[in-house]
Design a protein around this ligand. Sequence first.
Ligand code: TXA
Ligand code: MG
Length: 355
Amino acid sequence: MTAKKSRSVRPALIADIDQAAQILRAGGLVAFPTETVYGLGADAENREAVERIFAVKGRPITHPLIVHLGSASDLPMWAAEVPLAAKVLAERFWPGPLTLVLRRSHRVPLTVTGGLETVALRVPAHPMALALLHAFGGALAAPSANRFGSVSPTVAAHVREDLGSNVDLILDGGLCSVGIESTIVDATNAELRILRPGGVARADLEHALGTTLEAGTTTALVRVPGSLPSHYAPRARVVVVDRLTLADEAQRHASRGRQVGVLLPDDVHPFSIAGVTVLHAPRSTKDYARTLYALLREFDRCGCELVLASPPPEAGLGAAIADRLRRAAGPREHTSDFRPSSATSATSGASNDGV
Ligand code: TXA
Ligand code: MG
């Protein structure tokens, strides 16, 4: 095992990992913890098992899955070509919250890649994920273990809430330490590109590569559902507003009888308005990323119809948090009257397509 962080698996769960590996070998689905979010895993080489992932998630079959490996040394088995820059990033950030998009080897079924000739690969850092991968001995295709389009699970109970008995086994590895999905880098071309900001910050990637990275639009060949305008969304509508107008906007919506929630940034003076649920965003971006999805779920539990949020500054993990908030605020099928008068942009996720 090559985990950089040496958190060890609790012995009581070793039996579960062996059972999980058996279920995977038999073509079943196992939800497992990673350091980012929980994944819904299947044997990457078993087409039928992979098809079940799409069915259980309600995910269109054209949206490709990430293939999880037990070690960076497996990379040449799953990628047809590993450019030097990809090797540098794998060496520096694996195991960890980085996904590399590379040309697929013939071992990767097209079912996994949604028909693409490229494959997304990563070695997760959670010790239980690594133990599972090693016990299983192959690669695991695994999207986040939530229904398509909704908020990713960061504890085992979220998986149970979302997917219930459609999963054969849920491994409980506690709270995910990063809490937000991996950074996806397209490494198929000489010019690397960030397709989705995530657990590894852009500056750290650039430092490792000694160069700046492109971000933004992807080629037509690359489909990233995380780049759809409305993704990572709770049931409540999320509206992005300027931090200085949060209290006024909350008051305005509450006075219309709406169940309003506010995700209050650490540097905004706390306020209390009758009927408004205020949850505090942690000060450090690390803690904010770790709790973001649980906070969004909490607003749903409180019965909020509308959540007002102001993204943090886009440095470090702040970029990924801001990205998820904007996507949660993206347009849905049913537009509502929840547009704030002073929104910075309720739909800015759309302008960020492909990141
Ligand atoms: O942290 C994570 O990445 C988590 C954990 C479980 O590893 N997984 C995750 O998977 O977020 P999912 O399926 O929710 O998101 C995977 C993203 C999607 O946006 C998908 O389009 C993109 O990876 N992706 C997969 N294969 C790709 C490819 N060949 N080219 C471009 N994007 C790809
Ligand atoms: Mg997902």
